[in-house]
Design a protein around this ligand. Structure first.
Ligand SMILES: [Zn+2]
Length: 399
């Protein structure tokens, strides 16, 4: 908390910097959701699961024909918690799962509800799910040990319905509209609109009090596509918006995000017109006018992404090489999310367990121990800082 307080003060001071004095004073309230997830009633039969500390949110729509679950929880405990919260308000089973974004923190809880429910995804996500590699399917089945047996032989594509750009679910008198707004890079992006109650899941573009995650590889969209999405969502005038992360918001916050993105683009444009090179633009870029917003660590990425967009460049494409390794675990951090091995001859290698890494020999990453012998293959992106840890494809702990 101390660090956050200091940050807020610094942000307030920067707010009055003359260069951008015309910008309205944004909220100084802390932008993080609480230490515990909340289950909030938004309208009759409509609930938001607001993730703790800005972890991914979900939305629940109860109908007489079953529950529609929008996104599936940031991690396994959250997914189980969502299921328990649903059971506290209805006996109806989860029959449809709408995936708003094809990222692990939105899609990863899906095996908990399958089979028995249908995954609803955009066409482009369906293409990815159809192309899942064997290690990814294995890791997906094993995400919840209690579901592994029920999912034997199954993959997400076996319980999937895909939509091109619009679809309406009419269930038990409720109208649930799914809206896709084209994004060439960040695939998925289904917004969910309940016109009867004015409630919306705003998908990826609906940030509140959080600096967007846009990155130079465009894996989290671009400012141009976010603006396009926001324009379409604002036109519907939602009363309540469930963003993909962070506190509940409304149409004002969507408009605020448009102003934010326009300001960010303008800042980079001005620096480019002055002839500043990219490293200097990255160094000078900030969005401190938005004091107290979460994820100031995104400034560098944002500056570089906008710099590419303004030149009409596509995403940075990083070449990835698959490598094999074996060795002994010498260090473990974050409950096994990262581990270091001695790969022989004193060569240290740091590896990261991603949500689709397949683990064999132990039930999950929390069972790694110093001294265990492992064999693994991993992805080495070109020009990547090895200290950050390479993503594991498959790791086997040897007996
Ligand atoms: Zn997310």
């Amino acid at each position: 908390m101390q660090g956050l307080l200091k940050f807020a003060v610094a942000g307030l001071l920067a707010l009055c910097a003359p260069a951008f004095a015309a910008i309205a004073c944004a909220t100084t309230a802390f932008a993080m959701t609480g230490d515990r997830a909340e289950f909030v009633k938004l309208a009759d039969d409509v609930y938001a699961y607001v993730g703790k500390k800005n972890d991914a949110n979900a939305m629940v729509i109860v109908t007489s024909q079953g529950v529609v679950l929008v996104d599936t929880g940031n991690n396994q405990p959250d997914t189980r918690d969502i299921a328990a919260k649903i059971r506290s308000v209805t006996d109806q089973p989860v029959r449809w799962i709408v995936v708003t974004q094809y990222h692990g923190d939105h899609f990863g809880g899906s095996p908990y509800f399958l089979p028995g429910a249908t995954l609803i995804v955009h066409d482009r996500v369906a293409k990815e799910l159809n192309a899942m590699k064997p290690h990814q399917v294995k890791a997906w089945r094993k995400r919840f040990p209690e579901r592994e047996q029920a999912l034997a032989g199954l993959a997400p594509k076996d319980m999937m319905m895909n939509i091109p750009d619009r679809m309406t679910l009419n269930l038990g008198g409720k109208r649930i509209e799914l809206i896709y707004i084209d994004d060439a890079y960040n695939i998925g992006d289904l917004a969910v609109w309940l016109s009867d109650s004015g409630v919306m899941h705003g998908s990826f573009a609906a940030y509140k009090d959080r600096h967007p995650d846009i990155r130079p590889d465009y894996s989290h969209g671009t400012t141009v596509t976010m603006l396009k999405q926001l324009e379409a969502l604002i036109a519907l005038k939602p009363r309540v918006v469930v963003p993909s992360h962070g506190p509940l918001s409304d149409v004002k916050d969507l408009t605020n995000m448009v102003d934010y993105l326009m300001l960010g683009r303008q800042k980079v444009r001005v620096m480019m017109q002055k002839g500043l090179p990219l490293p200097e633009i990255i160094k000078q870029f900030h969005m401190n006018e938005y004091a107290g917003w979460d994820r100031t660590s995104h400034f560098d990425w944002m500056a570089e992404t906008i710099h590419r967009e303004l030149q009409g460049l596509g995403p940075i494409v990083v070449k990835i090489i698959e490598r094999d390794t074996k060795g002994v675990i010498t260090k473990i951090t974050e409950e096994g999310r990262y581990f270091t091995i001695d790969a022989g001859g004193g060569k240290e290698l740091r590896l990261r367990v991603a949500s689709d890494s397949n683990i064999e020999g132990v039930p999950d990453r929390t069972h790694f121990k110093v001294g265990q012998k492992i064999v693994a293959n991993y992805e080495e992106p070109q020009g990547f800082n090895p200290a950050l840890g390479y993503d594991v494809i498959e790791v086997t702990v040897q007996p």
